[in-house]
Design a protein around this ligand. Sequence first.
Ligand SMILES: *Cc1c(COP(=O)(O)O)cnc(C)c1O
Length: 361
Amino acid sequence: MNQFYFTPGPSQLYFTAEEHIKSALKENVPAISHRGKQFQSIFQDTTQAIRDLFSLSERYHVFFTSSATEIWERSIQNLVEFESCHFVNGAFSKRYASIAENLGRKTTVIQAREGEVVNIESLLIPESCELIAMTMNETSTGASHAIDDIRKVREGFPNQLLSLDVVSCAPCLDIDYSLVDLAYLSVQKCFGLPAGLGVWIVNDRCLNKSEALLNKGLSIGSYHALPELLIKAQKNQTPETPNVLGIYLLGKVAQDMLKKGVDMIRRETNYKAAALYNTFENSEILNPFVKYKVNRSKTTVVAETSIPNQVIIDKMSEKGLILGSGYGKFKDQHIRIANFPTHSKEQIEYLSDELMKIAGE
Ligand SMILES: *Cc1c(COP(=O)(O)O)cnc(C)c1O
């Protein structure tokens, strides 16, 4: 039976990924030199497609890493001398804070209740914080910031570097990236690609900060320090031998998304999310975990279950529909459903119907 993955990362591959993987093999992409012209042209195409998809101005640079987790570490090394501030809405945002602590930085943690996000209205952040870390979409609980929260934080704290985790929501949300100094993602979520590639978007403020730390004689890491990444990116290269296949595939899928139209992708995301939450509201055994509607994730939709979640996961799996379980301490209490661009309206409707059938039993 065909299986279809609604797990929130890795997830079902983007529907054009297979065709691009085949072309990549035919073109010998995994064998080419990362110092040659062919790679430079792949690098150029992929970064340009990301710039277009995210509407990035010239002040922004696009770099590649191995994952979003790596970007947590690199961003602290490059951008924080003493102190960072983290909005912790769940397990992923918490991990960023703990990496900063591991690196010996002082961290201010602003903790939201489970299934909620940090309230932006009454924030107190010490002026000494150099970087504010926001996680747009907390994949562990399905709690998402309202788009307007970014602008509010930017206006309230113009002196800090603002870091935005868009790992499990870009490019499905209409985010104005000119409001943030750095943003990052991994390709196995909304882009529907094999894991092992992170995309790090930074502006000149970030580059200046990392240069300043370097000039003070501090360590900002080595091959993936921002000045190193920049020198190589200016030649359409990377410091190390990168995930060439991943960079190629990302460029192709980003171009496909541009052709389809990012507005269309966002409209479909909204429609499918509404269908899923509607199913939860009408189901006897499911309830949206995130209580405040404005904070319900459009891309990682999470329900509490009133029967053991494994029963639901198993029944769906019999239909070839692979759902995510809860994350961390909610492992047995939630189901998580990815609503990424590759998940079509028809598949979401089919999944909703099947979930309602269990509810009726
Ligand atoms: C998946 C995820 C990450 C980590 O991505 P990796 O590719 O495992 O490094 C970080 N933040 C959020 C919100 C995520 O969903």
